[in-house]
Design a protein. Structure first.
Length: 181
């Protein structure tokens, strides 16, 4: 499989070695891994519009541009909507500030907590909307969502999304055996 280089352009980079050639990489028919640009905040995603006597909420131009970028990247990579129940894991990497080393020396265990980052709820909402109809048919298919804020690194702001098909567990196999008789 061809590898994609990150900003560092070093073949020895662990990030570069693990990333696929495309931004999106469908691994198999039951799993998709996406490395996406850092999402916009949900606070900038929607705006109110007056239509007659009613006010409705519509996506902003910035939101439409983000959705379009996600759609374009997914289409180029051949991503098709998964069917059935799904799990989504989001790993959000905020941008590492220029003074990160100073912050790390001052507070080695908690320096990353001072980095500006959108909240995980906003991130999930924006990505669920952007991926609707692309990675899944409808976001009601999402039965498990895991959110994680990662420590900023040298590879820049991004979000890594993993979407996996869930196997439905039988709650009580055999419960209705013999009931048809």
């Amino acid at each position: 499989m061809a590898k994609r280089m990150c900003e560092c352009r070093k073949p020895s980079c662990a990030f570069c070695a693990q990333m696929p050639a495309s931004v999106f990489s469908p691994l198999d028919e039951d799993r998709i891994v996406l490395v996406l640009p850092y999402p916009i905040s949900a606070n900038r995603y929607w705006r109110p519009v007056r239509i007659g006597n009613h006010i409705t909420i519509v996506p902003t131009k910035e939101a439409k541009a983000y959705r379009s970028e996600v759609s374009t990247l997914a289409t180029r990579a051949g991503v098709t909507p998964l069917r059935g129940r799904l799990a989504m894991t989001l790993r959000l990497y905020p941008n590492r500030p220029q003074d990160w080393a100073k912050r790390a020396r001052k507070d080695p265990d908690n320096w990353a907590d001072t980095v500006m980052c959108i909240d995980l709820g906003n991130c999930e909402k924006v990505l669920s909307d952007a991926l609707n109809g692309i990675a899944w048919q409808d976001d009601k298919q999402l039965h498990r969502i895991q959110l994680e804020r990662a420590e900023p690194d040298e590879h820049g702001a991004r979000v890594v999304v993993t979407i996996t098909a869930l196997q439905r567990e039988l709650v009580a196999p055999g419960l209705f055996e013999g009931a048809a008789a």
